[in-house]
Design a protein around this ligand. Sequence first.
Ligand code: HEM
Length: 420
Amino acid sequence: MTGASQQQTPPFKPADVLNAHIMGDERSMYALFDYLRANDPVALVEHPDYRPFWSLSRYDDIKRIGSENDRFLSAPRTVLIPTAFEEALLERFGTRNGLETLIHMDRPKHLKLRKVTREWFLPRSIESLRAEVEALSKEFVDKMQEMGSECDFVRDIALLFPLRIILSILGLPREAEGTMLKLTQEMFGSQDPALQRADSETAGLEVLNDFGAYFSEVIEDRKKNPKDDLATVLANAEVDGEPMNVLDQASYFIITASAGHDTTSAAIGGGMKALLEHPDQLALWRGRPDLDVGAAKEVIRWVSPVRHMVRTATESLELHGKQIQAGDNIALWYPAANRDPQAFDHPNRLDLLRDPKQQLAFGYGSHMCLGQHLAAMEVGCFFRELLPRLKDMQFNGDPEWIKAIFVGGLKSMPVRYTLT
Ligand code: HEM
C-alpha cells in the first residue's frame, strides 16, 4: 500500500467522551470536541460500561435539542452513569437516575417543583444578596493576602468561596462546609481516584445516603423551627396542596447544595487560569469593573463546568444523516458548543467583551440553570474585588484537573502573587 492510499488512524473515537482522563484535561477535551464537531457531529457512542447514546458537539444542534423540552425529555436518562451503578440505583431508588431533582424530570412535575424556589433565584432576589457576596469576596481576597505570596488558588479559595455562599442561602452553619465539600466532591468526582470514596457502586450509594441523612435532619429542624432561609422553603414546600415527597425533597436539597457551589468553584478556578493565560483580558477587567456580569459569563463560557446533560427522543428524527430513533438517548456536550467556530468568532480566545447571551454553559430551554444569576454575580464580584488588588500572579506548579465527565474543573492550581 502506498503512503497516499494508507488510511490514517483517527486521533479520537466517539467513546473517548467517556474517558475521564481525556475529558479531565482541557487540552485533550477540546481537541476531542474539535475532532467530533468537524468529523462526526452526531456520533454513536458504544462502550462496554455504558448504555449506548448519541453524542452532539455542534452549537446549533445542542441548543435546539436542549430547548425542545417536550420532544427531548430529561427523564429517564439525565446524566451518563456506568451501567453497573445505574443498576444499583435502580434497585435502591426505583430509577436509574437515583435522584429525582429538577434536572431529572419533565413537565408537568418539573414546572411545579421549579416554582417552589423560582422566586429565590430571580435576579431581584439575587441582587439582595450582593452586599453579602461582596463582603465574602473581600474576606477571601483578604485571606489570600494573609497567606502571604503563595497559595493553591483552587483548594484555598475557589472551592470554598461559593460553598460559603450557598450554605448561607440555605441557612446551614459554617461547620457544615467540610461535610458538604467532601460529599459533593465524592459525588461529582466519582471517576477520580483522588476524590472518589471508593471505586464501587456501593460507595456511590453510600454518598447519596449520607447526603440524604444530613438533609433529613435539616428538614426536621426547619419544620419545627422555620427561619428566613431556603432550607425552610424546601422543608415546608407543598406541591398540589401536598407536602413534597421525601425523595423529591432530599433531591432538591442535594442539587441546590452541590450544583450551587461545585460549578461556580470550577468557573472561578478555571477563570483565574484563563485570565493568567490572557493578560490583556486580565488588565481589561481590572480597569473596567463595569464589565461585571458580562465578563463573568464569558469566563463561564470558557470553563463550561457542566460537561453534558442527556435527553431522550420521543420521536425519530434525522440529524446530519444519522437516524435517531424514538427512545434513543442524546448527550449534549456544552463545552463543545461553547467553542464552536460556527457560533463564536475566535472561540479559543477569552474575550470579555463578547455577547454574554450567546453562551450555553447554563444550558437552554426550560431547564436552564436556576442559579445562573447567582453564579454570574459570584464570579463577577470575586474578580472585581481581586483584580484591582492583584499586582502580579504566576503559576507556581502545574494546574491539575478533576478526572470527570459530568461536572469538571481544576482540583489544584498553585500560584505565587503580590496583593495590595
Ligand atoms: C457556573 C456555574 C453554573 C453552571 C455552569 C451551571 C450549569 C447548569 C446547567 C447546564 C443546567 C441545565 C441542566 C439541563 O439542561 O438539564 C443547570 C441547572 C440547574 N442549576 Fe446550575 N449551573 C451553575 C451554577 C448554579 C448555582 C450557583 C446554582 C444554585 C443553586 C445552580 C442550580 C441549578 C439547578 C437547581 C438546576 C436545575 C434547573 C432545572 O432543571 O430546572 N446552578 N445548571
